[in-house]
Write a protein that binds this ligand. Structure first.
Ligand SMILES: *[C@@H]1O[C@H](CO)[C@@H](O)[C@H](O)[C@H]1NC(C)=O
Ligand SMILES: *[C@@H]1O[C@H](CO)[C@@H](O)[C@H](O)[C@H]1NC(C)=O
Ligand SMILES: *[C@@H]1O[C@H](CO)[C@@H](O)[C@H](O)[C@H]1NC(C)=O
Ligand SMILES: *[C@@H]1O[C@H](CO)[C@@H](O)[C@H](O)[C@H]1NC(C)=O
Length: 335
């Protein structure tokens, strides 16, 4: 249908390419309808952490929480017929819709509520099939950035020289209609240590999910990660903040004058390495306290948005590949 008419922003195209780019608006940022100017940036980060813990509780993919748009961290604005009055807010999710989801066939217009879910799933009711596009890509700013993140649909989102190109799978957890995008993470390196991850049978072992802040990994893996960071013994633990937030590893960096440096986490995809920016691996949740954004899962492993910051991540549903490239500020287009 004429969904192209719905989008007023055509950000960029390379010659001979088609597609569109949209702002991806973080829930607490100034351009969001949920924006609350009275919240400090620390409170916004703490809220994102609490939403993420709710999103994943009690089991990582419980349908009630994953379809609850108030728990989602990113939104797109969709302008109907260039009319601001019809500006509608949608939360973004890579999951497909469960049966009987409020939005029905996934054309955003015509819904009476002002928020809804946009599915980026690989299914007939998803935004992608409405757009007749088989690729999308985004780059997420860190939460303390003032700039909006961007999402690209179609050719304009193609990463020409990916650092990582790894098989992309769709997983539908038992008893659910939702489908998720998954990749296979073999192991995690920190300093000289290598921590391997349990492989799932067919398909990937890690769900890529931009709608939730924290990253969820198997308990043994998280214990090993924490042990690695502890052995560097660089900063005192902030146990009180861990208890307050529900996070598992926080360092007090006040004494070091807010200076914080630890070895980065390196993800290993079949021998290809991706060094994750420290800026998303640890976040400053209050003045002088840096906390790890990885927590334990009782079910599926989920790669959350904090750890996706400053990466261009492309989902290619034709070649079934996930392509990743580093992008220091998400501002310059690497495409
Ligand atoms: C969605 O989450 C919010 C915030 O936790 C909660 O207040 C609300 O009841 C939830 N809605 C549903 C339908 O579960
Ligand atoms: C958009 O504009 C066209 C032409 O004026 C109109 O037919 C259509 O109903 C409008 N769509 C919406 C969703 O308002
Ligand atoms: C969808 O895209 C494909 C490939 O670009 C094209 O062949 C097809 O005609 C398109 N379908 C519609 C309904 O536009
Ligand atoms: C996406 O859907 C197409 C068409 O059904 C299918 O060929 C492809 O394997 C799917 N890719 C993923 C990653 O699910």
């Amino acid at each position: 249908m004429i969904i192209f008419l719905l989008f007023s922003l055509l950000l960029l195209t390379r010659p001979g390419e088609s597609g569109l780019g949209l702002d991806l608006i973080q829930r607490d940022s100034a351009s969001s309808p949920f924006y609350d100017g009275s919240l400090s940036s620390f409170q916004c980060i703490q809220n994102a952490i609490q939403r993420s813990l709710l999103f994943a509780a009690p089991s990582p993919l419980n349908p009630a929480s994953t379809t609850n748009s108030s728990l989602k961290d990113y939104m797109m604005t969709i302008t109907v017929n260039n009319s601001l009055s019809a500006l509608t807010w949608f939360t973004v999710d890579t999951a497909g819709f469960p049966a009987g989801a409020p939005c029905g066939p996934c054309y955003p217009y015509g819904t009476s509520s002002s928020t809804g879910l946009v599915s980026l799933g690989n299914a007939s009711n998803s935004l992608l099939s409405s757009l007749n596009m088989t690729t999308f890509a985004y780059c997420l700013q860190s939460l303390d950035s003032q700039a909006n993140s961007q999402i690209y649909f179609g050719d304009v989102g193609n990463i020409l020289l990916p650092l990582i190109s790894t098989p992309l799978y769709t997983a539908i957890p038992p008893g659910q209609e939702n489908s998720y995008y998954c990749i296979n993470l073999d192991s995690i390196g920190i300093g000289k240590e290598t921590i391997s991850l349990p492989r799932s049978g067919a398909g990937g072992n890690l769900i890529i999910e931009p709608s939730t802040f924290l990253t969820y990994l198997p308990p043994d893996t998280v214990d090993a990660i924490i042990e690695c960071f502890e052995t560097f013994n660089l900063y005192p633990r902030a146990y009180d903040v861990e208890e307050e937030t529900g996070l598992l590893l926080c360092f007090d960096v006040l004494l070091s004058g807010d200076y914080f440096e630890v070895p980065p986490i390196v993800w290993n995809f079949d021998g290809v390495l991706l060094t994750l920016p420290i800026k998303g691996t640890f976040v400053e949740v209050q003045q002088g306290v840096q906390c790890l954004t990885i927590v334990k899962t009782s079910g599926y492993a989920i790669w959350g948005s904090a750890l996706q910051a400053y990466l261009n991540i492309e989902y290619d549903l034709k070649k079934n590949l996930c392509n990743i490239q580093l992008n220091d500020n998400c501002l310059s287009s690497p495409y």
